[in-house]
Design a protein. Sequence first.
Length: 237
Amino acid sequence: MKVIVCENYDEMSAKAFGVMKELLDAKKDAVLGLATGSSPVGLYKEMIQYHKDGYSYKDIKSYNLDEYVGIDRKDPQSYYTFMYENLFKDIDLNNTHVPYGNTEADCKAYEDALSEVSIDLQVLGIGQNGHIGFNEPGTPFEELTHIVDLTENTREANARFFDNDINKVPTQAITMGIGTIMKSKKVLLVANGENKADAVKAMIEGPIDTACAASALQNHADVVVVLDKAAASKLSK
């Protein structure tokens, strides 16, 4: 696990894009795993700028980690909308996939689609409780795409997107499982802010334990973690 600590969010985003750019330049038909949330937005801005500078994503494929259950794709708070607003509308990446649905069949269909490709680079954020994707504490590491009941901690953290009303936050999500994420050839995790420091420490320095879903990444052969100083503030090394 390679850990890069940056001064601030903008530097973190630029460093993370540097990792992605190596792949984009080497493999024009790369498969990207993408994440939602505030952490990767700066990275996506860098991707957009690279397109404005002349890079084409027309042969790239992308597969998103997760989506809320029970809200329409066109809902302003859906992750489908988030990806459109923060990345897809501004680049020529047309082969995009975002999970959708609420049944085991929906989960299997997405997992089957993923099994036909190999994700070259999986972008991740990390939740305050150590979740990656929507894999909450206690999720078995071998779990594949599944429906998850969101913890109160996660729903409270996301309430800011729902008029600060936890009652408006969906109670379930469909997510790639930890087992799915671990199949990626390379993982790029970005985290910023003091509120992520405990989760980052548990992921990197804590035991490999389902209590911190992200700790599974210690078992992955190629992980780059890019942090701002605040998110790295509790690391001892």
